[in-house]
Design a protein around this ligand. Sequence first.
Ligand SMILES: Cc1cc2nc3c(=O)[nH]c(=O)nc-3n(C[C@H](O)[C@H](O)[C@H](O)COP(=O)(O)OP(=O)(O)OC[C@H]3O[C@@H](n4cnc5c(N)ncnc54)[C@H](O)[C@@H]3O)c2cc1C
Length: 410
Amino acid sequence: MKTEALIIGGGVAGLSLACLLAQAGLKCAIVEPNNFPILEREDHSGRTAALMGSSINVLKAIGVWDYIQKNTAPLEIMRIIDDSNPNIEPVQVDFPASEINQENYGHNTPNLMLHALLAEKSQKSKNIEIIHGAKLQTINHLTNGVEATLDNGETIMASLIIGADGRNSAVRNLSGIETRTSNYDQSAITLLINHTKSHENISTEHHRTGGPFTTVPMPDTAEAIHQSSVVWVEKTDDAETFMALDKGSLENALQTRTRDALGRITLASTPEAWPLKGIIAEKIIAPRTALIAEAAHVMSPIGAQGLNLSLRDVATLAETLTDAARLGEDIGNELVLNRYAKRRSLDMNSRFYGVDKYNRIVSNNIGFIRDLRRTGLKSLKAIPMLKHLAMEQGLKPTMDEGRLIRGEVL
Ligand SMILES: Cc1cc2nc3c(=O)[nH]c(=O)nc-3n(C[C@H](O)[C@H](O)[C@H](O)COP(=O)(O)OP(=O)(O)OC[C@H]3O[C@@H](n4cnc5c(N)ncnc54)[C@H](O)[C@@H]3O)c2cc1C
């Protein structure tokens, strides 16, 4: 088989890129070992992503946002509670989006539903070829392209190969791209909860000794029951203990952690545990190769940055390749790939190291760091100008000159 862009990995990032390239008239192929989720079956998964304005613009450009929006909830206030010392009163600070002239920080979106919608869209496109049930095995560089062989024996020729194959990326490994890794010894338990009090579109992050415990608003269910998704970070051993609890004991643990702020809590999905790591690729391009999303950077879910950063990679690569194709350039050419790498470098590195540091600070139980954290939060509460500055720096959407991110079309 022959194509222009060969995308390895049909997760949210790989499928989004395929949809954008196909819309711009480029032929692509996606290789994915697993079956895609199916829309009607994926209404209630526990894993969600808080998508910010730039990501929503990308999903609008693909044409899936209108459908999914009904199943999302806006995040109007970020609440941080330092809950790390049970013997003293917790410190609480609210960061309303209105204080930085935004309606909301973004929308909490069910992952599997988004994945299923993108899969449906890709399957309908005449410019996208999907190869299921196969994995990438080798990459051979030829004079004017790459040749990939799959574990089913199939060979694909392309101008460019794109690694969208997640944290253990075969494209990254086969291209000899090194990584830097942080082992946090933490896992995130994700689940959905129903609760009797409204969340009032407030996302609440409780800083506790094992890691942050965050509730993120979801839309009310059909029976007018309030719902939130939970990302609960603990040391890996403790997470395993919580995962082994029966339903009643788990609900009690959730009740304690939310400090009853959401009323009576019941479990609304099967809990899942995700081991957390920080991984950053030393570079995101190699000859006729580009990396996007978790193939390039994996981070703790704290701050809800991962998929947002990934969709900015997707938008930038789609724009760079489309512009090159329109100018008659070879899309796998070194100059074209350099443009992509240059545009992504600052955003990728600053977010990755920022989240890494933040995770270490909020998950730290060393006395003086815990005290410093409380003092920091108290100062933000007491000095409005300082709080405003912190919000401008940390919570305002990234400025990027990219057309898709700004809400324009390719
Ligand atoms: C608990 C948790 C909560 C999170 N919450 C948020 C949030 O609120 N906001 C946010 O922005 N981000 C969040 N994230 C991050 C976000 O979910 C990830 O960044 C995103 O899902 C990664 O997408 P991806 O497409 O890169 O990887 P994946 O979803 O892992 O997709 C990779 C695909 O590649 C395929 N593949 C693997 N190997 C091969 C191979 N050899 N050949 C072919 N295909 C292959 C896999 O089958 C898979 O389908 C969270 C992450 C976690 C763990």
